[in-house]
Every structure is written in structure tokens, then in C-alpha cells.
Ligand binder design. Sequence first.
Ligand code: C2E
Ligand code: MG
Ligand code: MG
Length: 461
Amino acid sequence: MAHAELAETDFCCQQEEARLAALAATGILDSPPEPTFDAITRLAAEYFHADTVLLGFADVSRVWIKSSWGEPVRELPRKGSILEMVLAEDGPVVVSNIATHPGTLARRYICRRLEIQSFASAPVRSCDGRILGALTIFGSQPRRRMAVDELRMLESLADMAAGQLELRRLRRTIVTCGPQPVPAAKSPENTWPRRPDLRAALEQRQFVLHYQPEVEITTRRIVGLEALIRWQHPERGMLAPAAFIPAAEESGMILPIGDWALAEACRQIQHWNRELPAPNSVRVCVNLSAPQFAREGLADHVEALLMRGGISSGQLGLEMTESSLIPDTPTALDVLSHLRKLGVSLLMDDFGTGYSSLNHLHSFPFDVLKIDRSFINRITQGEQPLQIVRTILELARVMGMDVVAEGIETRAQQRLLEEIGCRYGQGFFYARPMGAEAVTNLLRLPGRLLPETKPAEARAN
Ligand code: C2E
Ligand code: MG
Ligand code: MG
């Protein structure tokens, strides 16, 4: 072999090794079926009216199908596969009619049962751009040429799979290399507050709600408020939820405390309805914990509160995290469906931090997806974190949901989010959580437009 050819073979081997290492870092081949991928193949099948959709990843010799729609294919030889073509092309491959592509005729069968006449395949790439797998739609008939928009859609869906893969990789990195949680020391301080402390606080009206504006990113118009609970402790000062919500959840006190928060938010909405001109467009969102869903009658309780306060259901939103909905009990689904019927907005909080995010989006009727602040934090640090947020936006668009970016702290983050078309945001860059009176002043601003943050203030935040 000539020297140049040898060098090229070496280079290819190195590239393939790096590709396999990137694949291994995701752990995807050793993992059980990923419901999030099923959501993607299903979306692709629906959108393209495809007979079969496969999402697979290639190791040295096999293509491992991690999700299939239509035909239950588990694995294929890599040699002669469509994924091999995608790797060779280093990009998408579209064949509208196999009969007119002699080179692809051999690929007419992806398995013995399934004869294909057309296909389109888009690469699923690692964060450093290596092709790990592909999302492929198959037709048993030739199809018309693929429009540019359609190919873009297929690539977006493949990117969603890449986003999920990257989340897996990050989680594995965090789990294996990140700071390990320090087990809580058994000091008396750690057992505070106990149930009687929380009960006393409730009786002595020591809880308060603060409100943080949610804004339209381009205009800075306030579109909503998130109600965030605080404990005004006579000796310990103003306590953040992290200091007492876990104890409240463990002791069951979250039920009466949660009821109080809901009732207090409704009381405040009623007050604003009386005091402010045309306040109806501002939605106040209240956070709910898992036990509040597990209990019967949440939806009836919310309905009664709205009726009593003469509040329109569009003025109330309920935020919940993915983990508060696990396990996917029929109760949770029933409760959410009932709330949805009432017209109350349902927001998925901290999106991306739980498990099988996409799966939950499919099972539950959410209106709004709040992207967790850990993603927003990173968007200025490179293309990949930004791509994850783009993917989440695209996912929400396909599913008809609004998106709120949580934890915007800097102008740079705000600009990037604006550029990639994220419509709503919340964070210290706009306003911190504040008492009802302070937020009332903001609601009185003409057009509810928050004044521009001065650079110095933005930095201080
Ligand atoms: P969350 O619902 O995700 O609320 C957003 C949290 O992020 C708030 O923390 C808010 O102050 C903080 N935040 C907002 N913008 C920024 C930013 O730009 N940078 C940073 N670093 N942080 C920002 P907070 O008030 O401490 O609340 C923490 C969590 O406690 C909430 O997270 C929510 O899960 C829970 N929580 C709050 N109120 C209630 C409640 O009434 N009931 C229940 N069950 N949980 C509540
Ligand atoms: Mg929240
Ligand atoms: Mg959140």
C-alpha cells in the first residue's frame, strides 16, 4: 500500500475509534428501551406517513435499533445498511425511488418481511459532530421528492434524538465524575423543621408568596407570574422553599401548605382583578408537589377556588415537575385531564432534569414547558448546549406547547434565546421574586413592559 493510502487508512481507523468512543460514552447500546426515542419515531411516522421508522446506532459490525415504528426490527448487519451510507455521505441520504437508484437496490429489504421502495435517513450526531446513528423513514412505495422543509423536519427529529443522547451522556458524566452528594449528617439541625414546626408556621401565618414575572423575551412584557413560597420565620429570617418543602413533603404537611398556597394565589388574583385595570391577561402559576396529585379531588378543589373567587381559569397555571408525576398513575392523568378541561394551564417545570422527559410530554396534556435553568446557564458556553435548547424548542413547537426559559441571568443568554426563537423567559435578568406589593407596581407599568435592565444591574444579578 502506498504511503498516502496507509496514512488515510490510519486516519479512518482513528475517526472510527473516536466515533465508537463517543457512542460508548452515551451508554445507549447497553440501556433498556428508551421511551423518549419511541416518541420520536412515532412523531416521524405521523408526520411523514411512513410505513416504518427506525432509529438505530452503529457499532463495529451491527446496527442496533433502539426504537422502531411499524416493523419490530431489533438489529441489522452494518455492512450494506442505510446507516453505512449516511456514514459515508457524512450527512442525510434521501432515495425517493429505489428502482431508479441501482446502487441502492441491494438495500431493498431491511429485513426479510419488509420490502422498501423509498427511504430518507438523517444522522444522529454526538456533541462533537460524529455520526452515531440515524433516524430513517421507509416507504413500501416510491414517494414524491422530499421538500427542503420536510428534510429539515427529519433532521430536527434526528437532532431531538441527539439531544436526548447528549442528556444521557451528561447525566452519566455527572453521575460518574460529578460531585457525589454528601449524605446528610444526623444533626438536630437537619431534622428541622418537623411536622409541628410546619403546622405552627401555617397557623401563625408565617408563610408568604412571592411572585416572579414571566416575560415575553423580545418585548419584556409581563405575561405571567410564578408564585414562590417563603417562610418568614421569626428567628431564622426569610427561608427559601429548599429549607422546608422537602420536610413538608416527607411529613405530609405539604398538603395543607399546598392548599394554603393555592388559596393565597387565588385570593391575590381576586385582589388584582378588583384593583388593576384589565388584569386578566396575567396568569399566576402555583407550584404543586407530588402528594398533591396523589390525593383525590385536586381538580374539584381548584374548580371550587376559581368559582368562589370569580376567577377565570385562564388566570391560573399549575406547575409540576416530571418527577412529581412518576409513577404514571392513572390518577395523575385523570387529575391533569380534569384540570385541563377546566381551562387551567398546566406547566411542566424544570424540563430536562427528570427522566424520560419526552415520554411524559406524550402522556400528559401540558400547555407549557419550562426549560430548566441548568440548560439556560450553559447556552453561552458552546454550540452543543444551545443545540439542546433549540431541540427542546422544536419539540415544543411540534407538540403545540409554549416554552418558558427559566433562570435567564444575563443579556447574552437573553439574546441567544431571542435568536433561536424562544418566546418566553423568567429570571433574575428581568426580575427577582418579590412581594405582592412590589409586583403590583410592576403590573401597573404601561403595557406591563418591564424597563430595560441597566448593564450594571444585569451584572449585579
Ligand atoms: P421552581 O418552580 O423551578 O422555581 C424557580 C426557582 O428558581 C425559584 O427558586 C426562583 O427564585 C429561582 N430563580 C428564578 N430566576 C432565577 C435566576 O435567574 N437565577 C437563579 N439562580 N435562580 C432563579 P425558589 O423560590 O427558591 O424556589 C425553589 C423551588 O421550590 C421552586 O422551583 C419550586 O419547585 C419549589 N416551590 C416554590 N414554591 C412552592 C410551592 O408553593 N409549593 C411547592 N410544592 N413547591 C414550591
Ligand atoms: Mg416552578
Ligand atoms: Mg423550575
